[in-house]
Design a protein around this ligand. Structure first.
Ligand code: GUN
Length: 296
């Protein structure tokens, strides 16, 4: 039997429609329009595409969006100056500096320069620390927050389940593990984190009730690594050469979909899975930030 398809596209559309209502309510009640600023340094085509999609999605739901594009030779001080300006701007509630930044700029320094109250990416050490200690108000990083929403809204609440996360990045694997072990809705899971140095990866992934793969390696998870009935979330977005396609490439995940789909209990596709959820959670964090700002 084929797996249930967990469509991030459909779930994202539901959340965006809820958020549009929230934006309209916030504007009507307080006169405040949520504002998102994205900063892109350089001309990386994938980054340009992602940033463009984020601004378009924000504008489509009534969020004010400002896209700042800086040349690749922008100095670190210039970039820090731009962030300082956005920190001080009352029309902006969320700031996102698209990563990676060019090599001559210290990424950590830039992330730490963002006002934690406007850190809608959830990458600032204060946000990371509050998530890890499950204390205070914080913005959850968008991709892992999107994964949790997908699980809960598709009827696969992680509470009480064994979730195996493959990947230990700061953007996905680590914060996802922190979210899943929280004593809070969307949490209360038992979590194992695997990575590139895990011996016999398949032996671990086969123990999962829910398997989340975020390694950035095209189609690395094959059917023999998945126990029948497992819920599989594929975070990977990879471009692989495909001479049969018009563009010369195709987009695929970290999971060999055609094979795993036949045995999984449920699976998210690529594209149309986690990708639309990431942008949606960014919008959600921006609306949350604006709401919190009006309450201060
Ligand atoms: N680069 C890849 N993913 C992300 C993300 O979620 N936020 C930012 N700022 N940069 C990224």
């Amino acid at each position: 039997m084929s797996a249930q398809i967990i469509s991030g596209k459909d779930i994202a559309a539901d959340i965006r429609s809820e958020l549009s209502g929230e934006v309209a309510k916030l504007v009507a009640e307080t006169g405040v329009t949520p504002g998102l600023a994205t900063v892109l340094v350089g001309e990386n085509p994938a980054s340009q595409m992602y940033v463009g999609m984020k601004n378009k999605a924000a504008a489509a739901m009534g969020i004010y969006s400002r896209q700042i594009t800086l040349p690749i030779d922008t100095s670190q001080d210039e970039l820090l100056g731009v962030v300082a300006g956005l920190n001080a701007d009352p029309a902006i509630h969320g700031i996102l500096v698209q990563l990676p930044v060019p090599d001559h700029i210290d990424e950590g320094l830039v992330i730490e320069s963002i006002d934690p109250l406007k850190d809608v990416d959830g990458f600032h050490p204060m946000s990371v620390g509050r998530l890890a200690t499950d204390s205070g108000e914080f913005f959850a990083p968008c991709t892992p927050a999107g994964v949790v929403e997908m699980l809960v809204r598709s009827g696969h609440d992680p509470a009480g389940k064994h979730v195996v996360v493959v990947g230990r990045s700061n953007i996905v694997g680590r914060p996802l593990a922190s979210l899943l072990i929280r004593k809070a809705p969307g949490g209360n899971a038992t979590v194992t984190v695997c990575h590139s140095r895990t011996p016999d990866l398949g032996a671990v992934t086969r123990t999962a009730d829910i398997l989340v793969v975020a390694m950035g390696r095209p189609e690395m998870v094959t059917a023999d690594m998945v126990t029948p009935g497992t819920v599989v979330i594929d975070v990977g977005t990879n471009r692989v050469d495909d001479p049969d396609s018009e563009k010369g490439y195709r987009v695929c995940g970290d999971v060999l979909f055609d094979e795993v789909e036949k045995i999984a209990g449920a699976i998210s596709p690529v594209p149309g899975g986690v990708g639309p959820m990431t942008i949606t959670m960014l919008l959600s964090n921006t609306v949350k930030s604006a709401r919190l700002a009006t309450a201060r």
